[in-house]
Ligand binder design. Sequence first.
Ligand SMILES: Cc1cc2nc3c(=O)[nH]c(=O)nc-3n(C[C@H](O)[C@H](O)[C@H](O)COP(=O)(O)OP(=O)(O)OC[C@H]3O[C@@H](n4cnc5c(N)ncnc54)[C@H](O)[C@@H]3O)c2cc1C
Length: 403
Amino acid sequence: MSTEVIIIGAGAAGLMCAIAAAKKGKRVKILEHANKAGKKILISGGGRCNFTNMYTEPKHYLCGNPHFCKSALSRYSPWDFVAEVDAAQLPWHEEKVGHLFSDNKSIAILNMLFDQCDALGVEIQLNCSVIHIAQTKNGGFKLDAVLKTTNSEHLYQCESLVIATGSLSFPTMGASDFGHRVAKQFGLNVTATAPGLVPLNFDAPEQKQFEELAGIHFHCTMACNGQSFSENLVFTHKGLSGPATLQVSSYWQPGDTVSVDCLPDHNLIDLLIQAQKDAPDKQLQTLLQAHLPQRFIASILLGTAAEKIDSLKPIKQCTHKEIELIAGLFHQWRFVPSGTAGYKKAEVTVGGVDTDEISSKNFEAKKVSGLYFIGEVLDVTGWLGGFNFQWAWASGRCCGEGL
Ligand SMILES: Cc1cc2nc3c(=O)[nH]c(=O)nc-3n(C[C@H](O)[C@H](O)[C@H](O)COP(=O)(O)OP(=O)(O)OC[C@H]3O[C@@H](n4cnc5c(N)ncnc54)[C@H](O)[C@@H]3O)c2cc1C
C-alpha cells in the first residue's frame, strides 16, 4: 500500500519532520538503516544533548547561500523547541552563553520525540536499507529496500519522499553519503564536503615541538579565514582540539594558516613593561606562567627566534625588542595544520546538497516535485553549541508542515 510520506533517516530532522507531517493527518513511515533511531541524539553533547541555542541566528551557519536558513529558523525558533521540552516536563539548563542542555541524559529528548511519533501513528522501520529509488508515472516514488534482519526485499511507494539521512560524520552512528547520492541521481548539485567541528592535526615539526603537551588546555582566540572564536583549546597527541579548534576547523581548508592569540585578555607588551617597573627581579618565565601552562611556554620558546632569550633572566634585563618578540609569539602563534582528524571524529559535515536546488520554504527540490531534503544532508553547517540540532528541528518541522 502506498504511504503518503516516506522519510529516509530517523535522526533529529527525520523524527521532527514525521511528527509535523503526522500532526497534519499524513500517513508517515520512516525507513532507517541502523538498528536504532536517533543514535546521534543519544551521543550528542557528551550524552546530555545540547538540544538548541537560545541565541540562534543565521550568522551561526556556514552555507553557500547565507540567506537560505533564515526562513526556517524564524518559523521554528529555539523557544518553539523549548516549549516542546517544557510540555514533556523535561528539565533543562543553560551552559556557557545560550547552550541549552537536558538535565537528564539525551535519551530523555529522544524519548520525547518517540512518544510523539507513537501518539501520532508514525511507523519507524529499522534495519531497512533502501537500494533503489524511482519516480512513478503519477508523480510519486517507488523504493526497493532490504530488511537487514531477514534479508527480505520490500517495495515501498509514497507520494512525498523526504531525505533526512544526515551526512558523512561519525559513520559508526549510521552516517552515510546516501542523501548526496540521491541528490545526484535526480540531477541536483552537491557542494564539496569536508569534516567540520573536528580536531586539527599538526604537521611533523609542530607535532615534535608539542608532543609532550597532550591534555594541556587554556583560553585563547583562534582564527582562520576571517572567523575567530574565543574559547578553550586542548592539545591532543596529534594536534589541537577543544571548542576553539572545533569551531575554527569548519572554516579551515587545506593549506590555510590558523592563528592563535594565547593571551586574548591581555596585552603582553604592556604587561611585561609594567612588570619591569613593579617586579623587576621576577623571571620572564614566572611572569608568563601566571597566565599560561609552563610546558606550553617552554614549547613555544623552543625552536624559535626566542630560543636565544634566556627565560630565566629577570624581566628588568629584557630589551624592548625582546619583549616585542615574546609578545608576538604568544599573541600571534601561527601554524598550518596537516589536516583534520577526519569524518570519524567530526561532529558535522561542511557542504552537502546545494541549497540553490532546494526551496527554503518547504525544502522541496526545485527540479523534482515531491522530493525533499532536510537537516545535515544540506549544505548548512552550524557552529558548536546546539545550532546543528536547531537546524535539524527547524528544517524538519518546516518541511513536515508543508507536506
Ligand atoms: C559526537 C557528536 C556530538 C554532537 N553533539 C551535538 C550537540 O550537542 N548539539 C548539536 O546541536 N549538534 C550536535 N551534533 C551534531 C548533530 O548530531 C547533527 O547535526 C544532527 O544529528 C543532524 O541531524 P540529521 O537528522 O540531519 O542527521 P542524523 O542525526 O545524522 O540522522 C540521520 C539518520 O539517517 C540514517 N541514515 C543514514 N543513511 C541512511 C540510509 N542509507 N538509509 C536509511 N537511513 C539512513 C542514520 O542512521 C541516522 O539515523 C553532534 C554530532 C556528533 C557526531
